[in-house]
Design a protein around this ligand. Structure first.
Ligand code: GAL
Length: 418
């Protein structure tokens, strides 16, 4: 069917009119946007790339990038709590998908429902159903996920392992054999940093010790925290700790990673933000400058976490915050942010050609592995449990008493409603 010139003109004008409100509105936004996270310093470049996109789309908005340094949000979360309780919410803040969001902020009725935004942007179809469940309840959807990180990864420098005549251990028994050899040569077998990284290490060790199904059972209340399986995990963890550096509590996660890069330590177990750090900050080539493997005994298991941003109730710049969330959830935003961050996209339609060799392997594992939720990074338990677990860890680092730690966790689980 042929269209007359006049008809084409009418269609074009109509299309322009329909498109106009959105773009005019975006360009019209004014005032501030305060975003809050712990992505400062070495952790900042990926966030900065998102802010860049936002500024291009919303040139009239002044972005206040409020950050509080400290891996896994150890310091930021305390500041955030004070602000939220004091009625001074940032316009949008970083929060982990799962219980950290639902069991903490949604439960206390501090979040706006983002279901209309998800529908408007077509996000119900592009985010995996399982992930939407983790950020949703029967009353709404409460945040926009920006990534998928993997927690159970072991990092090393291939050339160093070759020099020391050590292979990548597939399980903890193999690790202990390699570790004794390394120790004898004056090399720290496993680099560790401040206490939250001990929580991080614990979840990898516990996953290896009890397996994915029991790990899941723990968080759904079907396996008791003081059961023999969990005591055994604490025992193994105690043994693993004896192969770590003694100055751990004074180091950041980046400094523990540096120990591996500099050849002071052989291995490090850290989430794949370490890949972002080694690639972007340290300019190492994945597969050459650094290597990776699932942490010992966890091949076939993908312990995941997802960073997301939310819209607190009563913020000062709501429209600017919604425009921010739109950038985060977009394909462009996601495929710009994640290759720098060291994570894979939370969207199912991401362009993998933009991702490096490590991230492509993570994406492939995520597609085929048994996926379980991280404790240290908010998926498995709420803030009540996580705060208490940090104290149990402090106690364990001093006492090394597996039964006492398991019992304390059982009490904690009751208090946190697990
Ligand atoms: C995690 C967070 C990651 C990374 C890491 C280290 O909790 O999800 O994105 O920032 O902490 O700080």
């Amino acid at each position: 069917m042929k269209m007359s010139f006049a008809k084409i003109l009418v269609v074009l004008v109509a299309a322009l009119v329909l498109a106009a409100p959105q773009s005019v509105q975006a360009a019209d936004l004014k005032g501030d946007l305060e975003i809050f996270s712990w992505w400062a310093g070495d952790e900042g470049p990926a966030l900065a790339a998102l802010v860049e996109i936002y500024k291009k789309q919303n040139p009239g908005v002044n972005v206040i990038n409020a950050t509080v340094t400290g891996g896994s949000g150890v310091n930021a979360k305390a500041v955030l709590k004070t602000r939220m309780l004091g009625g001074e919410p940032p316009d949008s803040f970083q929060v982990h998908a799962g219980q950290e969001l639902i069991g903490t902020w949604v439960k206390s009725d501090r979040m706006e429902d983002l279901t209309p935004l998800f529908k408007e942007m077509g996000w119900m179809e592009v985010f995996p159903e399982g992930l939407i469940k983790l950020i949703g309840t029967d009353k709404g959807i409460w945040s926009v996920p920006v990534n998928i990180h993997r927690s159970n990864v072991m990092w090393y420098v291939p050339a160093n392992l070759q020099k020391w005549g050590v292979n990548v251990p597939q399980n903890w028994d193999e690790f202990f054999v390699a570790a004794d050899k390394l120790k004898a040569e004056g090399v720290v077998p496993l680099a560790l940093a401040q206490n939250w990284t001990a929580n991080h290490l614990w979840e990898s060790v516990a996953l290896a010790s009890m397996g994915g199904d029991k790990w899941d059972a723990l968080w759904s209340g079907k396996l008791a925290f003081d059961s023999p399986e969990v005591v055994k995990a604490w025992e193994l963890f105690g043994k693993v700790l004896s192969y770590t550096n003694t100055d751990a509590s004074s180091l950041s996660w980046q400094q523990a990673t540096d120990m591996v890069i500099n050849g002071k330590a052989a291995f490090n177990i850290m989430g794949d933000w370490a890949a972002g750090y080694m690639t972007v900050t340290k300019k190492l080539v994945p597969g050459e400058g650094y290597g990776w493997a699932a942490s010992p005994g966890t091949a076939g298991q993908f312990m995941f976490l997802a960073d997301s941003f939310c819209l607190p109730k009563g913020v000062k710049h709501r429209d600017n915050a919604i425009a921010w969330l739109k950038v985060l959830g977009s394909k462009e935003g996601s495929d710009t942010f994640n290759p720098i961050k060291g994570s894979i996209s939370a969207r199912i339609d991401s362009d993998l050609s933009k991702y490096n060799a490590y991230l492509q392997s993570a994406a492939s594992d995520f597609g085929k592995d048994h996926v379980v939720g991280s404790l240290a990074h908010g998926v498995a338990a709420n803030e009540t449990f996580m705060g208490g677990f940090a104290s149990v860890m402090e106690m364990f680092l001093k006492s090394k008493n597996p039964t006492a730690a398991a019992k304390a966790c059982a009490q904690l689980a009751k208090k946190a409603g697990i």
